[in-house]
Write a protein that binds this ligand. Sequence first.
Ligand code: CA
Length: 480
Amino acid sequence: MRPLQFLILTLSFTNLLLATSVNVVAQNQAVKPPNLIVIMTDDLGYADVGFNGCVDIPTPHIDSIANSGVKFTNAYVSYSVCGPSRAGFITGRYSQRFGFERNPQYLPSDPNMGLPLSETTLAEALGKTGYRCGVVGKWHLGAHQNHHPLNRGFHEFYGHLGGGHRYLPEDLTLEDSAAASSENESYRTLILNDRTPVKTSKYLTDEFSDAAVRFVEKNKEQSFFLFLSYNAPHLPLQATPKYLERFNEIKNPKRKTYAAMVSAVDDGVGQLLETLKENNLEQDTLLFFLSDNGGPTTKNASRNNPLRGNKGDVWEGGFRVPFAARWPAKFPKGSVYDLPVSSLDIFATIAALSSVKLDEQRPLDGVNLVPYVRGEIQTPPHNAIYLRKFDQQRYAIRRGDYKHVVPVKGGKSQLYNLKNDIGETKNLALQEPDTLAELEALRKTWSAELIDPIFLGLIHLPSFQKKQTRKTPEKTGQKK
Ligand code: CA
């Protein structure tokens, strides 16, 4: 080989190497998965955010998620109360498949009372690909050490293990979370920083907002998943003057306090969004906002209108929730998506965007929402959306515009066309028997895949049953 030929060959080879390495870098940059933030509120009504038409509680920061991203008008959670809904979200699977179908009792001594260890959490899945995972706020997936967030894939935890919490720092007096022997007592435990109880000084919602900001600041150099799980505006209704003073024109004291609690969440969302902006993380962060179930309207003065029903129901007000997502790099700004989607889709979406290895034995029930939101796929993301409430043998199946409801155990099947009748007022079961039969067939096929609940729930506690016994005569009109 002549020297010139050798030089040309060497240069070509070097160029090839350079080009290849540039391509690899470009590809890595192109496929770098986004950060994931999921902001989940607790018992927030469908109608209690500005982007769903709320007028008496301004939520500008929450609305900005929908305005700069996508508002989902037909978004469902997988259950109409807290625990099972969260178990669905965190596994991407209907929790009725693995027996988490009741709100767990607060029992730190019971390793069976929580999310089965056989299931994979979103944090476990993302953690394996290098994400740093943190949860701030309410856990409610088991109070036993086996179920502690740090044993379920999260690297950081700042929050409480039970289903709710008191908000004022002076109310948090019980140091040892494991010593709480009832649901009520669990509401008074100190907040856990990982596993260490800490004395807090602020209104709890503000504590959680601060912790969320700290998590992002600390982990901004790497891919992260933050589950910001506000316990607000779940009972007890408690707010500070700073937030209450914003709502002096609301005369109903319950609604006023509820509004103050929602407003505190909105401030926190604003802080978090500002942190993303300051750190130039907006483009690379996929963010979801939702409620874990519908509003319990009589308890916390939330509103689900125009939907029928409340938290706990198989009506729309039970499990159709405020839901918005933002990803400036990929999602169209200010768009509205009307086809039914599910909180289970969050897992499937981030799994498709990252290198998560899925468990073939435990297939996800959600879908990657990205091509749907971007208009690349026009067909519905789901064949149907399902809900079963085992203890009451209630069901709901949504497909297209239609919804099939089994409202009570042994009750007659009902059929509604939600497009024309969002309030579920006109039962079409007799007029449209073929549609009803199709949806009933879907219900049977799906429910055959489920198992019975694996632990007793809050509803089995004597204190709960006493309350129900007191309520029943009023409801039925019978004498005591
Ligand atoms: Ca809830």
